[in-house]
Design a protein around this ligand. Structure first.
Ligand SMILES: Nc1ncnc2c1ncn2[C@@H]1O[C@H](COP(=O)(O)OP(=O)(O)OP(=O)(O)O)[C@@H](O)[C@H]1O
Ligand SMILES: [Mg+2]
Length: 362
């Protein structure tokens, strides 16, 4: 686990923030710190409370409880336009009657920036989003991707303390999304800006984020760096939301410093130390690409039930003699020639057998 941020590193501090609409909790009380310069992504299924949390940070939705501190100052009661926050939304339209340059200058006009300084800032912002020649066009004369880049420029031109983005690539086609995703990552590095980003696309979150705040049912499920979230999910929900997963059930055992899990219908495997649970019934995660197959050798036995050869990638469904089924994904050539009905040996490192905090289903 990364160390908790110290006060000097903390850009945004959210404590106990909650939102209720009548009987519905759009967000249960939530506490979260965002570090200076961090790209933090709120990731989760539809309706999990991502936009609600972002809108409360922006000052566009009033919290039912809790406080928000930006740069150590309590901004909970401060109106949105005085928060020093840049916004980009999926459909946060540009002003159609203003040129691109005028759109980008708008936040600077609001702040009464002197004209020469403003012209310089707009030119810089246009260069940053790689549209240096389009300042005099109107939004309707731009492609969707270009419009969204102008929206980025408008959100960052006044060097806000914080930039919030809600599914900014959501309305674009796949190819453009890929392109802008990479640009956004570069932009973040160049600017060193602190960004809170919302998406329900796990690939986008994995690629862009320093940390991901995974949300479900109006709550935070886990906050971690992308690789930690992938390798050490704490719950079944986190394990299944990110990447592919085999979830098996069994009994967790400890002897001295060593943890093992006896899988129902399967082998007894050395596993990672659990984060917060005692020995007993457990669900464990094993990622399909972390299981190594061989015709002979160490490891537990299984039979090949199906093989899907997708060129570079081979996917297998296997079953142990005790009846435990699981999937394996292989990128290399080690499994070339394996066929349905073959008996194989399966090896998994202890660190890749991950006990989940949620108990085994009853
Ligand atoms: N103005 C509102 N009145 C009543 N309920 C609301 C309101 N806004 C949001 N909700 C409810 O709060 C919950 C969280 O909504 P929110 O928009 O934050 O979800 P989200 O995670 O952004 O989802 P999506 O990925 O679909 O955008 C949902 O159940 C939603 O129906
Ligand atoms: Mg939303």
């Amino acid at each position: 686990m990364p160390n908790p941020p110290s006060a000097a590193d903390t850009k945004l501090s959210i404590s106990g923030i909650a939102k209720r609409y009548g009987p519905t909790a759009a967000l249960e009380p939530t506490t979260l710190d965002v570090r200076r310069g961090e790209f933090l992504t709120l990731l989760g299924p539809s309706g999990s409370g991502k936009t609600t949390l972002l809108m409360m940070i922006a000052g566009l939705v009033e919290p039912s409880a809790g406080r928000i501190l930006l740069e150590g100052e309590d901004i909970t009661e401060r109106p949105a336009y005085r928060r020093d926050i840049g916004l980009v939304f999926q459909n946060y339209a540009l002003f159609p009657h203003l040129t691109v340059a005028e759109n980008i200058a708008f936040p600077l006009e609001m702040r009464h920036m002197p004209r020469p300084e403003m012209t310089r800032a707009v030119t810089e912002a246009l260069e940053l989003v790689r549209l240096p020649h389009l300042g005099q066009r109107y939004p309707r004369e731009l492609s969707g991707g270009q419009q969204q880049r102008v929206a980025f420029a408008r959100a960052i031109v006044f060097k806000p303390a914080l930039v919030l983005m809600d599914e900014p690539l959501g309305a674009l086609d796949k190819k453009l999304r890929e392109e802008l995703k990479l640009e956004l990552r570069k932009l973040h590095r160049e600017l060193g800006a602190t960004i809170v980003y919302v998406t329900h696309d796990q690939d986008e979150a994995m690629l862009l984020s320093d940390r991901i705040c995974l949300m479900a049912n109006a709550r935070v499920a886990q906050v971690d760096a992308p690789t930690d979230l992938y390798n050490r999910p704490r719950s079944r929900f986190a394990a299944e939301f990110i990447g592919e997963s085999n979830i098996a059930h069994g009994v967790l055992e400890q002897s001295d410093e060593t943890w093992r899990v006896a899988l129902d219908g399967g082998p007894r495997l050395a596993c990672a130390a659990p984060t917060a649970r005692p020995a007993g019934p457990v669900s464990v995660l094993i990622r399909p690409e972390r299981i190594r197959l061989a015709k002979a050798g160490p490891g537990f036995p299984a039979e090949v039930e199906t093989v899907l050869d997708l060129g570079g990638i081979r996917r297998f469904a296997l079953r142990t003699p005790g009846g435990l089924g699981f999937d394996v994904v292989e990128l290399g050539s080690a499994t070339a020639g394996l066929a349905v009905g073959d008996q194989v040996r399966c090896e998994v490192a202890a660190a890749d057998v991950v006990p989940l905090n949620e108990g085994a289903p009853s």
